[in-house]
Design a protein around this ligand. Structure first.
Ligand code: MF3
Ligand code: CO
Ligand code: CO
Length: 255
C-alpha cells in the first residue's frame, strides 16, 4: 500500500494547500463564487483538477456551506460574506488519478461564542476519532468517539451524510458514520483510505435538501459546522493526508 499512500499524500497535500491559499482570501466582502474561482485556478495551476466540478451535475469546484447550511452549499455571486458568518469550504482535488478531500471552517470577523464553541467541538471530535485509528479497531469505534463527545456538549451529529472510502474514486466503500456503538461494524485494515468529516448541528440532527438539489440545511435552522480530513491506516496507526502545510488546520476566531 505504500505506493497508494504516496499518491494519496500528493492529492491530500494539494487539497490542503488549496485551503491554505484560500484562508487569507475568505473575508468580509467577498462572494463565495470568488472563493470558488480562486480554488479552481489554484488546483488547475498545480497540476490537478477539482472533483466536484460536473460531479453528478454539481456546477462549481468547491462546496461553500454557510451558517445553517450543513454541506454541499453551491458558491454564488449573490452571497457576500459578512461579519459573524461561519463558512465551511470543502475542497476535493484529483491528481494522478487519486483524490484528496478536506474541509475547514472559516469565521468572518467576530463570530458568536455559541458558534465558536460549535466549531471547536466539531474540530475536536474529528481529531479524537482520527487519534484512535489503527488496524483492528472497528468502524463503530469511530462513530462512538465523535457521538459521545458531541452529545456531551449538547450538540447533535448529522445522520444524513457520512464519510467515505476514497482513493482512485471520490466516494467508495465503506461508509464512515459519525455516530455508532463501540466494537461494532467492519474492522479497519492496514492500507484502507477514507475520510472523516463530521457535520455537527447546534440543534437537532435532521437536515433537508433545498430545491437546487444540493444545498443541505438544518431542518430546525440552527447552525452547523464541519471539518474533514482524508486519512490512511498504517501498521502502527494512521496518517493524515490532508494536513495543512502552514498549520492552519485548527479553527481560528477573532475574540
Ligand atoms: N467533498 C464532499 C465530500 O466530502 C462531496 C462533495 S460532492 C459535490 O464528500 F458534488 F457536492 F461536490
Ligand atoms: Co468527503
Ligand atoms: Co469533502
Amino acid at each position: 500500500y505504500t505506493e497508494k499512500f504516496e499518491k494519496m499524500r500528493i492529492a491530500g497535500k494539494l487539497a490542503a494547500q488549496t485551503l491554505d491559499m484560500l484562508t487569507e482570501n475568505i473575508k468580509e466582502g467577498v462572494s463565495t463564487a470568488y472563493i470558488d474561482k480562486l480554488g479552481y485556478e489554484f488546483i488547475r495551476d498545480n497540476g490537478g483538477h477539482s472533483a466536484p466540478l460536473y460531479y453528478r451535475g454539481f456546477t462549481k469546484s468547491l462546496c461553500t456551506s454557510l451558517n445553517h447550511v450543513v454541506c454541499h452549499g453551491i458558491p454564488t455571486e449573490d452571497r457576500i460574506l459578512v461579519e459573524g458568518d461561519a463558512l465551511n469550504v470543502d475542497v476535493t482535488a484529483i491528481i494522478n488519478d487519486h483524490y484528496g478531500d478536506t474541509s475547514r471552517m472559516f469565521c468572518i470577523g467576530k463570530t458568536s461564542v455559541k458558534l465558536n464553541n460549535l466549531i471547536d467541538a466539531t474540530y475536536q471530535s474529528m481529531m479524537k476519532a482520527i487519534k484512535i485509528l489503527k488496524p483492528g479497531i472497528k468502524l463503530g469505534d469511530i462513530g462512538h468517539e465523535i457521538q459521545s463527545y458531541i452529545e456531551e456538549k449538547g450538540f447533535s451529529v448529522v445522520r444524513d451524510f457520512c464519510g467515505h472510502g476514497i482513493s482512485t474514486t471520490f466516494h467508495e466503500a465503506p461508509n464512515i458514520l459519525h455516530y455508532g456503538t463501540k466494537n461494532t461494524g467492519m474492522e479497519l485494515k492496514t492500507g484502507m483510505t477514507f475520510t472523516i468529516e463530521p457535520m455537527i448541528n447546534a440543534g437537532k440532527f435532521p437536515t433537508k435538501t433545498l430545491s437546487d438539489g444540493w444545498t443541505a440545511v438544518t431542518k430546525d435552522k440552527t447552525l452547523s459546522a464541519q471539518f474533514e480530513h482524508t486519512v490512511g491506516i498504517k501498521e502502527d496507526g494512521f496518517e493524515i493526508f490532508t494536513l495543512s502545510q502552514e498549520n492552519l488546520d485548527q479553527p481560528k476566531y477573532d475574540l
